[in-house]
Design a protein around this ligand. Sequence first.
Ligand code: SF4
Ligand code: SF4
Length: 260
Amino acid sequence: MSTDFNCTQCGQCCHNLNIPLTVNEAKAWLLRGHKLKILTEAIPWINDTPLTDDVLIRKKTMTFEGSSGKLNIRILMTLVGYFTHGCPNLDSNQRCTIYESRPLTCRIYPFEMNPKIILNPKNKLCPDAAWKTTSEDTGLITGNQLFMVDHDTQVNINKIYTQSISDVEDKKIICQSLGIKTTSLSNNGYLFHLVDPVKLLNILKTITPSIKADSQERTEMIDWVIYTQKEETLNDLISVGSHASIPDQYKSDQEEYIPL
Ligand code: SF4
Ligand code: SF4
């Protein structure tokens, strides 16, 4: 099956979207006065796991080490720009006012950053006219979608991955500085932390190479509480010594939990 994609410039992807941002993009986003939340996901991890494939390498390099009681985990932290309705960077003609410096995620939409995620047009906001499939049946792109990505998009996908690796230490410092200690379990739900933008911006401004070096030296880890809404998963986590909990409420002033 061969699939082609042509953006129709419909602007749907600039509405009701969560935009993962690099640390530098997050700083620029906050400086423009926009809202940002933090997603934390825990991946149970056996230390010294041999990195036998790309999936494990990605998981390790984009995450930082932590623990939840006796359970070793790695934390995937994502800075997420968010808005309801239209993006605050749109002008009255629905044009992006920061087009030349728009986030990398905006540049790759609707393609996936993770090559292991199969791109399904049905999960995207693009109209049918944007997809030109030669397949008669599904409209689902199968196989390694990276073969179908144009060169510029591929370059941006690679930049997101490389930057995610360089941002890991900053993200650990951000969690430590904000006192974030709760997390969702990967593939089980999403826990967003609704942070004070002024406080976060101040933290981002004060992360220096020496603070990063100091953080890397420190061996103490955050002791995380893992949220799950599933009784069975909760019991499994507790049985291996994890501090796991069912969230008291799915939304508060500080947190928003979305079960899967
Ligand atoms: S930054 Fe620009 S391209 Fe990205 S969602 Fe906002 S308006 Fe759209
Ligand atoms: S939703 Fe898809 S087709 Fe519409 S502007 Fe965004 S990328 Fe282009």
